[in-house]
Design a binder for this molecule. Structure first.
Ligand SMILES: [Zn+2]
Ligand SMILES: [Zn+2]
Ligand SMILES: [Zn+2]
Length: 87
Protein backbone atom coordinates (compact mmCIF):
# COMPACT_ATOMS: atom_id res chain seq x y z
CA UNK A 1 0.00 0.00 0.00
CA UNK A 2 1.49 3.33 -1.03
CA UNK A 3 0.49 6.39 0.91
CA UNK A 4 0.04 9.35 -1.40
CA UNK A 5 -0.71 12.75 0.01
CA UNK A 6 -3.66 14.43 -1.66
CA UNK A 7 -2.37 17.52 -3.51
CA UNK A 8 -5.35 19.56 -2.28
CA UNK A 9 -4.51 19.14 1.39
CA UNK A 10 -2.71 22.52 1.26
CA UNK A 11 -6.07 24.24 0.69
CA UNK A 12 -7.24 23.41 4.20
CA UNK A 13 -7.59 26.53 6.35
CA UNK A 14 -8.68 27.08 9.94
CA UNK A 15 -12.34 27.80 9.17
CA UNK A 16 -15.41 28.89 11.11
CA UNK A 17 -18.72 27.41 9.87
CA UNK A 18 -20.61 30.21 8.06
CA UNK A 19 -24.06 28.71 8.65
CA UNK A 20 -23.76 26.24 11.55
CA UNK A 21 -27.55 25.82 11.56
CA UNK A 22 -27.63 24.12 8.13
CA UNK A 23 -26.78 24.11 4.43
CA UNK A 24 -26.32 27.71 3.25
CA UNK A 25 -28.20 27.28 -0.04
CA UNK A 26 -30.95 25.06 1.38
CA UNK A 27 -31.63 27.63 4.10
CA UNK A 28 -31.92 30.24 1.34
CA UNK A 29 -34.16 28.22 -0.99
CA UNK A 30 -36.09 26.25 1.61
CA UNK A 31 -34.98 22.88 0.26
CA UNK A 32 -34.35 19.85 2.49
CA UNK A 33 -31.00 18.24 3.25
CA UNK A 34 -29.87 14.99 4.80
CA UNK A 35 -26.31 15.46 6.01
CA UNK A 36 -23.98 18.45 6.17
CA UNK A 37 -20.43 18.97 4.93
CA UNK A 38 -18.09 21.78 5.96
CA UNK A 39 -15.78 23.34 3.35
CA UNK A 40 -12.32 23.39 4.89
CA UNK A 41 -11.14 26.29 2.73
CA UNK A 42 -13.81 28.92 3.52
CA UNK A 43 -16.26 27.48 6.08
CA UNK A 44 -19.21 27.05 3.69
CA UNK A 45 -21.73 24.54 5.00
CA UNK A 46 -23.38 22.47 2.26
CA UNK A 47 -25.49 19.35 1.95
CA UNK A 48 -24.18 15.88 1.08
CA UNK A 49 -24.44 13.80 -2.08
CA UNK A 50 -27.49 11.96 -0.71
CA UNK A 51 -29.32 15.28 -0.41
CA UNK A 52 -31.44 16.37 -3.40
CA UNK A 53 -29.37 19.47 -4.21
CA UNK A 54 -25.80 18.31 -3.37
CA UNK A 55 -24.68 21.82 -2.45
CA UNK A 56 -21.37 20.72 -0.90
CA UNK A 57 -20.31 19.16 -4.21
CA UNK A 58 -21.54 22.16 -6.19
CA UNK A 59 -19.65 24.52 -3.92
CA UNK A 60 -16.46 22.47 -4.28
CA UNK A 61 -16.57 22.71 -8.06
CA UNK A 62 -17.80 26.27 -8.51
CA UNK A 63 -15.48 27.77 -5.87
CA UNK A 64 -12.54 25.43 -6.38
CA UNK A 65 -12.56 24.37 -2.73
CA UNK A 66 -12.09 20.61 -2.97
CA UNK A 67 -11.88 19.43 0.63
CA UNK A 68 -14.78 19.09 3.05
CA UNK A 69 -15.14 17.62 6.48
CA UNK A 70 -18.27 15.92 7.73
CA UNK A 71 -20.31 18.42 9.74
CA UNK A 72 -22.30 15.65 11.43
CA UNK A 73 -21.88 15.19 15.20
CA UNK A 74 -19.29 12.54 16.00
CA UNK A 75 -17.93 12.36 12.45
CA UNK A 76 -14.49 13.74 11.63
CA UNK A 77 -13.64 12.33 8.22
CA UNK A 78 -12.50 14.51 5.33
CA UNK A 79 -13.26 14.08 1.62
CA UNK A 80 -11.72 15.49 -1.55
CA UNK A 81 -14.32 16.18 -4.27
CA UNK A 82 -11.66 16.35 -6.99
CA UNK A 83 -9.91 13.06 -6.26
CA UNK A 84 -13.02 11.41 -4.76
CA UNK A 85 -11.06 10.04 -1.82
CA UNK A 86 -10.92 10.37 1.94
CA UNK A 87 -7.99 12.56 2.89
ZN1 LIG B 1 -7.58 16.12 -3.86
ZN1 LIG C 1 -28.13 22.17 0.32
ZN1 LIG D 1 -15.45 26.88 0.28
Amino acid sequence: MTATVDPHIGMIRPVVPQTPQGCAECLLFGTPWLHLRLCLTCGHVGCCDESPSRHARRHAHTEGHPIVRSFEPGEGWRWCFVDEVFV
